[in-house]
Design a protein around this ligand. Structure first.
Ligand SMILES: [Zn+2]
Length: 420
């Protein structure tokens, strides 16, 4: 998948034209089909900066827009973009039994780092093709930058010694600074167009309610529906929400001045988990019972903020569906996460604080669909909730390996997971 990029203003452009320079975007930014590109979060940016040992590079990265796109895989693995190109990946890895984040620059990223700081760790004398080659240097850490003639490369340690991961043989120049604010301004026309068509769509469907979970997508759907004259939000509270989510849902409904209808299941999660079993990715009775069933009480038309690029499962959605007697319509089905975030910034809307605390998707605090990185994050941000769930898992016979490596999230585990 690709989006446009204005090389002159150094900003991504989601339509055809850049509103800063009023010219047609001249470059492209490519990422994975399911990458769902978005701005880096405060939490991720903090992690990244800790993993970059060169001060000039940290200062450069800290001041500007970094974009993040998902790479398919079992846990957190993201492509990182600055100045319109991929400068590295950030991933959550099991390093000999210990889970941690790892950053690896691309060859082009290393060239930028070299241009900014003049720093490299060693020289490699080689005339041939370097990428993938084994070299004799040893170093500490996840990566090192080397120079070889006019090229800059990245070396990584492997079980069989040091290997060249990537090389880039042209010079990369530092670019003019651009921020999230510049990006929002560069996309004003596009965002206004998205807004207009979503509001028009909701009006046409004569919507009655909006499903509001407290996440960024349903927040935008609610805001748009409110503009279209819909004044009722439905919050299906699973009883397993983060406190921040509940608070945000109440506050945002207040902020818009709309009616909030909160629905809860008759029997709580804890009442039925013993008979239904631990919910897993391949057996998610919880969403069905705690959420969908509760929404089936409603008649009429419900606006829902689901997006195509959120997950494979939502890829082939149509713009409307039936749940029980209710019609569900999806006004932001084709928006990218970047559209959603820029829209939130353009309208100056508050958002769920969990996004700044290391969560990418908002749901229950023990959701089996969570990334392992996110579940470990719960231990840090909400230890009481984390240990409550771990205690329950232990009582069900799960061991440390199942818990720390996230294996409890499957009933029958994929092979890639078993080998951990
Ligand atoms: Zn421009």
């Amino acid at each position: 998948m690709e989006i446009n990029y204005c090389a002159k203003c150094n900003v991504p452009v989601l339509g055809d034209f850049c509103d800063l320079c009023r010219t047609r975007a001249s470059a492209k930014l490519r990422f994975h089909e399911m990458g769902d590109i978005r701005p880096i979060s405060r939490y991720e940016s903090g992690i990244l900066l800790k993993l970059v040992p060169i001060k000039q590079v940290r200062d450069y990265l800290r001041a500007r827009l970094i974009l993040v796109a998902r790479q398919p895989g079992l846990d957190y693995r993201r492509d990182l973009f600055v100045d319109g190109f991929k400068f590295g990946i950030l991933e959550y890895v099991n390093d000999a039994g210990r889970w941690r984040y790892r950053f690896l620059p691309t060859g082009k990223g290393a060239s930028l780092f070299y241009a900014l700081s003049g720093h490299y760790d060693f020289e490699v004398n080689s005339s041939g093709h370097l990428k993938g080659k084994r070299i004799n240097e040893r170093f500490d850490g996840d990566w090192a930058i080397f120079r070889s003639g006019a090229c800059t490369g990245v070396a990584v340690p492997t079980l069989k010694g040091t290997k060249v991961r990537d090389v880039f043989c042209r010079s990369v120049k530092p670019r003019r600074r651009s921020t999230l604010k510049d990006t929002t301004r560069a996309n004003t026309t596009h965002l206004a167009m998205l807004e207009r068509s979503a509001v028009h769509f909701i009006r046409n469907k004569k919507a009655d309610y909006v499903a509001f979970s407290g996440g960024k997508d349903s927040e935008v759907a609610l805001y748009l529906a409110h503009m279209a004259g819909v004044n009722r939000a439905v919050f299906a509270n699973t009883g397993m929400e983060f406190p921040e989510t509940e608070r945000f849902v109440y506050n945002f409904a207040d902020f818009l001045g709309i009616e909030l209808i909160e629905v809860k299941p008759k029997r709580s999660f804890w009442d039925i988990v013993d008979e239904k079993g631990v919910p897993t990715k391949d057996s998610r009775w919880c969403t069905q019972y705690l959420k969908l069933q509760q929404l089936k009480r409603f008649r009429g038309t419900m606006v829902d903020g689901s997006r195509r690029y959120e997950s494979m499962a939502r890829m082939n959605k149509y713009q409307e569906a039936k749940i029980g007697d209710m019609r569900v319509v999806y006004p932001i089905l084709d928006w990218l996460a970047l559209d959603v975030w820029l829209y939130i910034h353009m309208r100056g809307l508050p958002y769920n604080p969990l996004y700044d605390m290391g969560y990418e998707r908002i749901g229950c605090f023990m959701c089996p669909a969570m990334l392992n990185s996110e579940f470990h994050n719960v231990r840090r941000t909400h230890p009481r909730l984390y240990w409550k769930w771990v205690k329950y898992l232990r009582a069900q016979g799960y061991g440390d390996d199942d818990i720390i490596n996230g294996k409890w999230r499957w009933k029958s585990m994929p092979n890639k997971m078993k080998s951990l």
